[in-house]
Design a protein around this ligand. Structure first.
Ligand code: HXC
Length: 510
């Protein structure tokens, strides 16, 4: 008996060593943790239950029969974060570059299937050279099995991808179909074709970092939701992020204890809107002042900064925030911000997360680039997402609610549950100057007349009262009482029930 136990211990030790001491050292030299070290940071101490530690690949071509490492380059299993269950896989770059074999894919699929059965999120730690080249199509089949599961799990359990090394070729499409992608600066990259192929095909010289590093994807492409400095920061913040999410689409987000009273007043909000209507201010200040303990987990902070998205808690419960940012491009909606907002609204809606929308926007961004880029269809994504969404929606217009963007941003007409405005709100088709230049075009040479007309338009429309008189605004609230009013609104909406008509699926303008 003792012999058998020793044998098991030896096999476990071999599996835990992955590709061996030398490759572990190389991994550390690159500033990266190993697959198992990462799981130790991500999960609660001692909570990890490893599965399939002894799985080996079955290929024999290219001397592969002699290159078997127990576990085959991916560590899979389940564990907890702050006591809440999740399933994980962590690719082990020390074993054949973390490449995906058929057996390796089966391990990932097994935990995804289990996660679906029990209704728990999946986090994937990606660090892989892609398809196991020696296995050919078997590896490609493995990827497709994972893709299929990503899609079936979408909207059922939250899926998070943390990219901590290479992620190239078709391998990028599994993370792309998960809900959130986090990347590590300088050690991770994602691209469909690498620098060598790019050079051959388009004659562009580019490094891996320039083509698909964390910086590129968190600022230019919008593929990554967040970029972190190193493995530890990425994993610790993934833990923090996980705390906001529900386990699945049938549950509500966890409610965490808070000492911050819902009735807290914020007198500083009474002076945050500048006297000059074109003067910017930072909408994040408003979000921080409304949130429990001033805690805002922002996503995509460096991409499409004219729209701010992320999670806060109100009286302990998760709320998704979507806010125009008047400090960037006057908070206008353009292609990138519309896509950014739409995807986030759909995530919140799929996972029962109420949405708090803050409006201060001059409308959709004009311009040839925007029109040629399809702002019609891209902007429609956000409109569609808000109109389709059935979770509680509370909206606050702080200043400008102009044009189509007024409609789009969770207006009453798109089933906004409670629509508030500050006294500083201006709900109109457009700004007074632009409006007068159109409807009084014949007076354009006469500065005096134009000034009078502008003032007249400003007085008539640059306020929230006309919208309130029609019931489009439920109440005009004092800025200092915003937190209390919004907390009460979401508390009232906690058990809201609203269903869309039955259909196979809608046809969002993709
Ligand atoms: C098998 C692989 C591998 C792979 C790396 N290795 N990638 N083994 N299949 N895809 C092995 C290497 O042979 C090496 O083994 C070890 O992993 C570490 O790799 P290095 O090259 O030494 O590491 P590094 O210099 O850091 O470079 C990492 C890398 C490079 C950039 C990822 O290994 C690389 O370019 N790999 C190939 C990438 C690729 O073309 N993959 C296929 C993409 S197509 P030893 O024994 O020397 O330690 C694809 C299709 C998916 O993925 C389709 C889905 C639709």
């Amino acid at each position: 008996m003792q012999d058998i136990i020793e044998q098991l211990r030896a096999k476990q030790a071999a599996a835990r060593l992955g590709g061996g001491e030398h490759r572990i050292k190389q991994q550390h030299l690159k500033g990266k943790l190993t697959a198992r070290e990462r799981l130790a940071v991500l999960l609660d101490d001692g909570s990890f239950e490893e599965l399939d530690m002894f799985v080996e690949h079955r290929s024999t071509d290219f001397d592969m029969a002699d290159q078997k490492i127990p576990g085959d380059g991916v560590v899979t299993g389940y564990g907890t974060i702050n006591g809440r269950l999740l399933f994980v896989f962590s690719q082990d770059f020390t074993v054949m570059g973390g490449s995906l074999s058929e057996a390796n894919a089966e391990k990932i699929c097994k935990i995804m299937d289990q996660a679906m059965k029990v209704g728990a999120p999946v986090i994937g730690l990606n660090d892989s050279g892609g398809a196991r080249i020696q296995e050919g199509v078997a590896s490609m089949g493995g990827y497709a099995e994972i893709f299929q599961r990503n899609v079936l799990a979408s909207g059922v359990i939250p899926q998070i991808s943390v990219i901590m090394g290479p992620c190239a070729g078709g391998a990028v499409y599994s993370p792309a179909m998960t809900d959130f992608i986090f990347m590590v600066r300088d050690s991770s990259y994602m691209f469909v074709t690498g620098p060598d192929v790019v050079k051959t095909v388009t004659h562009e010289a580019v490094t891996a970092e320039e083509l698909g590093g964390a910086n590129v994807h968190s600022t230019k492409s919008g593929v990554a939701d967040l970029a972190f400095e190193n493995d530890i920061e990425a994993l610790l913040l993934t833990r923090k992020f996980f705390d906001f999410l529900p386990a699945n689409n049938r549950e509500k987000s966890p409610r965490w204890p808070t000492d911050d009273p819902g009735s807290r007043e914020e007198p500083s909000l009474d002076t945050i809107i500048p006297d000059d209507p074109v003067q910017p201010y930072d909408i994040k200040e408003v979000i921080l002042k409304v949130a429990d303990e001033g805690n805002f987990f922002e996503l995509q902070p460096d991409y499409a900064q004219n729209l701010v998205i992320g999670f806060i808690r109100l009286q302990g419960s998760t709320v998704g925030v979507v806010a125009n940012q008047p400090a960037v491009l006057a908070g206008c909606l353009d292609i990138n911000s519309s896509r950014k907002g739409a995807r986030f609204v759909r995530f919140c809606d799929a996972f029962n997360i109420p949405i708090f929308t803050l409006v201060d926007t001059t409308g959709f961004m004009p311009g040839i680039t925007q029109e040629y880029g399809g702002i019609i269809q891209q902007g429609a994504k956000l409109l569609y997402a808000y109109a389709e969404c059935t979770v509680p929606k509370v909206t606050l217009i702080t200043r400008k609610g102009y044009g189509g963007a007024y409609d789009v941003m969770a207006s009453k007409h798109l089933r906004g549950d409670l629509n508030f405005a500050w006294p500083t709100a201006e709900v109109a088709v457009m700004g007074a100057k632009g409006a007068v230049e159109i409807i009084f075009r014949k007076d354009l040479g006469d500065e005096q007349k134009i000034a009078t007309r502008t003032e007249e338009y400003q007085k008539k429309f640059a306020n929230p009262f006309i919208a309130a008189s029609r019931g489009y605004i439920d109440d005009i609230v004092m800025p200092h009482e915003t937190r209390e009013r919004v907390c009460r609104a979401f508390a009232m909406l906690r058990d809201k029930k609203l269903e869309n008509p039955w259909r196979k699926h809608g046809n969002i303008p993709l």
